[in-house]
Design a protein around this ligand. Structure first.
Ligand code: AMP
Length: 316
């Protein structure tokens, strides 16, 4: 079986502002966060494009994690740049700018051996690029899709086409509601399942994530962290953890998906502790295990058995 994870998405330089701190030109991008997280579990091949301004040390860091970067093109022009600012609650954020740079003209070419990847993560990027990747891969066991409000607004039709062709989708709660113009999350999940995905995984920021399939639903909390420094990349890291864990195990049943989203939540709990990929890049398997155990303790309880009602005094 091919346990390789193929990841395409943005490779970016980010300007991040929180109520307490601001940093510019940080390494970011959905494919970067996703690749580092997935590389904890399985071999990762990353596809994307960077401009002349992209520091070589960032690609070296990815390679040090065992990520194959030979599918990253360097082109004349600017790297994808994104600027975001978090509100006081550190959950809501405003995008200040999105400059596609070299991604505007990018035509992804998947190297021949990578077309047989068992696992494909279409990280957040233009859905038309995601479609072009799907046209080149041959029968992956799992295709996981992520997206974002910009693409829902700009390229809804292309996005719906991608959704129809993937196995599972990860999407923020607000974006799922926005995609289908509804206030009901279960209804939005139903609509995603009707489009053909077998699993819709809804991300809820600091409230964790909820997974819907045709016959089950499962929720994981986010680890309660005393201090969040930069939530950027939490969703991509979550996704990378999910697909990396599934690729390593190779089974795609309900139980594996439940464990995978616990792993995703544990991985995401680290990335928010520092800006950019700093905390993620220093992560060890033992640290992930420890947080998975804490999440497991947080959601486990004995099955409830209805007790006999205590009789009201004086009444029989
Ligand atoms: P997340 O916090 O998980 O939603 O991901 C944040 C990362 O996504 C940042 O590092 C950005 O560079 C990147 N990003 C922001 N907007 C987009 C977009 N429209 N398409 C692709 N990547 C984006």
């Amino acid at each position: 079986m091919n346990h390789h994870v193929l990841i395409i998405g943005s490779i970016a330089l980010d300007d991040i502002k929180t109520p307490w701190h601001e940093e510019r030109g940080l390494l970011g991008g959905s494919a970067v966060y996703g690749s580092i997280a997935a590389s904890m579990f399985a071999p990762v091949d990353i596809v994307g494009v960077v401009g002349e301004d992209f520091p070589a040390e960032h690609l070296e860091m990815l390679r040090a994690h065992g990520v194959d970067t030979s599918g990253v093109e360097r082109r004349a022009g600017q790297t994808f740049r994104w600027g975001g600012e978090y509100r006081q609650n550190m959950n809501d954020r405003d995008t200040h700018f999105t400059e596609l740079g070299v991604f505007a003209e990018f035509d992804p070419r998947i190297p021949e051996p990578w077309r047989d990847s068992g696992f494909v993560f279409l990280a957040n990027i233009d859905p038309e690029l995601q479609l072009r990747v799907l046209e080149q891969v041959r029968q992956p066991r799992l295709v996981l899709l992520d997206t974002m409000n910009l693409w829902i607004n700009l390229k809804r039709d292309a996005l719906i086409e991608v959704i129809k062709r993937v196995d599972a989708i990860l999407i923020n709660e607000d974006e799922a509601l926005m995609l289908f113009q509804t206030h009901s999350l279960p209804e939005a999940a139903d609509r995603l399942l009707e489009l053909g995905v077998s699993r819709a995984i809804i991300k809820k920021g600091s409230h964790g994530a909820q997974m819907f399939s045709a016959d089950s639903t499962f929720a994981v909390p986010a680890l309660p962290l005393r201090k969040v420094n930069d939530p950027t990349g939490a969703g991509d890291t979550f996704a990378g953890g999910v697909i990396g864990y599934l690729a390593a195990g190779g089974t795609l049943d309900e139980s594996s998906f439940r464990q995978a989203i616990m792993v995703g939540s544990a991985c995401a709990s680290f990335v928010v502790e520092d800006f950019s990929t700093r905390r993620l890049a220093a992560l060890t398997p033992g640290q992930i295990q420890e947080r998975c155990d804490r999440l497991h303790d947080a959601i486990c309880c004995e099955r409830v058995v209805m007790p006999e009602r205590v009789p009201v005094p004086g009444k029989r």
